[in-house]
Design a binder for this molecule. Structure first.
Ligand code: ZN
Length: 278
């Protein structure tokens, strides 16, 4: 299994340049690039510079994070989403990055599950139609907060199955899976090749619906049953990559080099009983 770094883990003080330097030094295979960090990088460098870095180093780009709040948008709002997708397609074609995380909207009011499915399938298909000719894949990430329009694995997987496009899959974020009490049976019933990205993290032991991103912990330090998730992933044939994604402000205050090194060690330790590293 390839080891990936998600830039939310260093977020506060890091740059794309510094994350890439330390990730290469500590043997990561892949990086998920935050769009804000990429735009910041592009004030100092070009996409061609970034391609040259990836061409001459082990680490490779895996996904862009993220196009947020894709469903229940007005025309102008959806236009911004599509502009973001066009930017990802263009940047991805230069640096060799072929997937982008897409995130559902929060606080949409009392819509039913079927209304949410219909609207979300519609917008993802529109985005998929645009992305296909460029070879861009869309990875749909449910968020385990009570006010997110898609907040469990089962609900998100149902949408992805209904979309029924080869370039559309799901992000399984262990924190979001745990936070709203997603059902292990739903993960058992999933196809491994529909999981496009695996986000690894742990969580403080909070009741269903109470955890927020800043309650994330290093894998093994919290209450998520990672053993059970990895066992199921192995059974359903998922072994592509794992991306450490921690939004914990306490870790942002660590020196980035320490944070990146510790995350690599803890990610390897978490997966090694189940998957070979690399
Ligand atoms: Zn995530």
């Amino acid at each position: 299994m390839k080891i990936c770094f998600n830039q939310a883990t260093t977020m506060k003080n890091s740059t794309l340049e510094s994350d890439l330097m330390y990730c290469e030094q500590y043997h990561y295979d892949l990086i998920e690039i935050r769009l804000d960090k990429l735009r910041d990088y592009l004030t100092r460098h070009s996409l061609v510079d970034l391609k040259a870095f990836f061409d001459s180093h082990h680490i490779k780009p895996f996904a862009f994070n993220a196009l947020e709040f894709i469903n229940f948008r007005d025309e102008a709002g959806f236009g911004e989403i599509m502009d973001g997708l066009k930017f990802c397609v263009q940047a991805g074609s230069v640096i060799g990055c072929d997937r982008v995380v897409i995130v559902p909207t929060f606080d949409i009011g009392p819509k039913t599950i079927s209304e949410i499915r219909e609207e979300t399938v519609r917008v993802i298909r529109e985005m998929s139609d645009f992305a296909v000719p460029y070879g861009m894949k869309l990875a749909f990430e449910f968020v385990g907060y009570p006010n997110c329009s898609v907040n469990t694995f089962g609900q998100a997987y149902d949408i992805v199955k209904t979309v029924d496009r080869k370039n559309v899959g799901i992000v399984l974020d262990c924190f979001h899976f745990h936070a709203m009490g997603s059902r292990y049976e739903d993960l058992e019933a999933a196809q491994g090749d529909k999981i496009f990205i695996l986000h690894l993290d742990d969580s403080e032991d909070l009741p269903v619906g109470a955890a927020r991103d800043d309650n994330r912990l290093l894998p093994g330090d919290g209450a998520i049953d990672l053993d059970r998730i990895f066992t199921i992933l192995k059974r359903i044939g998922y072994d592509q990559m794992v991306s450490i994604e921690l939004f914990r402000p306490e870790y942002w205050d660590w020196p980035d080099e320490d944070n990146i090194r510790i995350c690599y060690e803890r990610t390897c330790a978490a997966i090694e009983p189940y998957f070979p590293v690399g």
